[in-house]
Design a protein. Structure first.
Length: 319
């Protein structure tokens, strides 16, 4: 009888934490834990945070881990596993992460950015399982995207492909942190939803809305989380804000459809839950933003992996 392959270790490195999980060959997370990340210290202190998290998980596996897959902040080179210059981990510049982890644990190691890896996890084990041409978007504080063709991440020539969050849909729009104007990230991320809420209520402070109650009248404190809570309570203003967000996401997705002709669109990330009730609105409006006459046939699905997308994504890199 053929024995199933052993588990792999999925590692999700963020600006404030390192999450590690043991993942089996069917994408099930068997165990997980997390350790604080030291992102503003030295490169070695940050690496020690990663090895501490891995060591704690490895101590429960009795050395049976087959490989280690790591979701690391970009920009990075997925071919070499070198982390180049991530804004939220300023201590790492041209840091050879894959090489260092391989030397430490003597198992195969792969490194990629979080959206690419999560897209692969959704393709192998999640909502996009069975689809060939997958476009994945994670909408949270920012917007990250990943493209999977025939079961493999599309990296492009230099490894920098898939930066869909920085596709501009308004060249006269606000300046994104990347330096471009009108990126979808600056218009439709969780951060953007908070900005939209504050601007709307600052312009008309007399409007009755649960959002103001949630922040005790301090408009400057409003975030996308407050908008989500207010919408869940049936708040009209919160619904307006989310519909305005949908109104910019839809043409962006139309551009993606015309560019890639995917056979599925998958949305994950912390903001996806509050946008889920509007998926049908996006689907109905999408053909009006596409030249593709079959755009309405493309499923728009919620991601399978929620907060554990990074762990599953890291594991998927090794699957």
């Amino acid at each position: 009888m053929n024995q199933a392959p052993g588990p792999v270790l999925g590692v999700d490195i963020g600006g404030t934490k390192v999450a590690v999980g043991l993942v089996d060959h069917e994408g099930r997370i068997l165990a997980q834990g997390r350790t604080p990340m030291i992102g503003n210290g030295t490169a070695e202190a940050a690496f020690e945070a990663v090895t501490t998290a891995i060591d704690r998980m490895m101590s429960t596996t009795h050395g049976s881990v087959q490989s280690i897959g790591i979701c690391a902040p970009g920009p990075l080179d997925p071919k070499t596993g070198v982390v180049l210059n991530p804004p939220n981990l300023p201590c790492w510049r041209n840091f050879p992460l894959a090489e260092r982890v391989t030397a430490e644990y003597r198992v195969p190691v792969k490194v990629d950015n979080d959206a690419n890896a999560a897209a692969l996890a959704e393709t192998r084990w999640g909502s996009a399982r069975g689809f060939r041409y997958v476009f994945y978007a994670t909408i949270g504080t920012g917007i990250g995207t990943g493209i999977v063709f025939n079961g493999a991440i599309y990296h492009g020539k230099t490894g920098a492909a898939g930066e869909g969050g920085h596709v501009s849909i308004d060249y006269r729009g606000p300046v994104c942190k990347c330096g471009k104007r009108g990126c979808i990230e600056i218009l439709a991320s969780g951060t953007a939803i908070g900005v939209r809420a504050r601007a709307k209520l600052a312009a008309n402070p007399s409007r009755q809305t649960t959002i103001v109650d949630l922040v005790k009248g301090d408009i400057s404190r409003m975030t996308s989380e407050h908008v989500a809570r207010a919408y869940a309570e049936g708040d009209v203003v919160a619904r307006e804000i989310l519909l305005e967000t949908v109104a910019v996401l839809t043409p962006w997705l139309g551009n993606i459809v015309d560019l890639l002709d995917p056979d599925v669109l998958v949305v994950g990330g912390g903001v996806s839950g509050m946008l889920r009730p509007f998926f049908d609105d996006i689907k109905r409006a999408l053909p009006g933003w596409c030249v593709n006459p079959r755009a309405s046939e493309i499923p728009l699905l919620m991601a399978h992996y929620g907060a554990d997308a990074g762990i599953a994504g890291g594991a998927a890199l090794c699957a």
